[in-house]
Design a protein around this ligand. Structure first.
Ligand SMILES: Cc1cc2nc3c(=O)[nH]c(=O)nc-3n(C[C@H](O)[C@H](O)[C@H](O)COP(=O)(O)O)c2cc1C
Length: 134
């Protein structure tokens, strides 16, 4: 099982309203390939977890990397893992940043039970970034 996480910068024209249709189309395509994962978007950047059979994940990543809706894609983790961390999500999108006391705790509680501690930290840290800070 290949598991990878990347970050990228959203294209200037990308809007919050674009996220749900993107995730819906992604989930449909991922279901065919047996790819699962999650996508976080903070108004400026994406962080996405993709997991599945190696060839399926690599093919999906190649399509994603060529997508003009974002740029500067950097894979920050690429590992073979024993099991899926998002077994029930073909692709679930989260709109961040988190705000208010306890927001990170609530966000972490929404993540699947199968999430490993390191994955939990990396997504919660990303989701805590305040996109309004230059
Ligand atoms: C941030 C982001 C995440 C995406 N995630 C996925 C994904 O998980 N699975 C997928 O099939 N396409 C995903 N896409 C869409 C692909 O980039 C691409 O548009 C889609 O797979 C159709 O590719 P095609 O036109 O080459 O068939 C994502 C696009 C962006 C910008």
């Amino acid at each position: 099982m290949l598991s990878l996480i990347y970050v990228s910068t959203a294209a200037p024209g990308f809007r919050e309203a674009d996220l749900a249709p993107l995730a819906q189309a992604a989930a449909t395509a991922n279901a065919v390939l047996g790819v699962t994962g999650m996508l976080a978007y903070n108004g400026a950047h994406f962080m996405q977890l993709l997991e599945g059979e190696e060839a399926a994940v690599e093919a999906t990543l190649a399509r994603i990397a060529a997508d003009p809706r974002h740029a500067g894609l950097v894979v920050i983790r690429r590992e073979t893992r024993a099991g899926r961390e998002c077994p029930d999500w073909s692709m679930r999108a989260f709109l961040t940043p988190l705000s208010g006391a306890g927001a990170a705790t609530r966000f972490a509680a929404d993540l699947p039970d199968q999430f490993e501690p390191d994955t939990r930290v990396v997504f919660t840290s990303f989701a805590s970034l305040d996109r309004k800070v230059a």
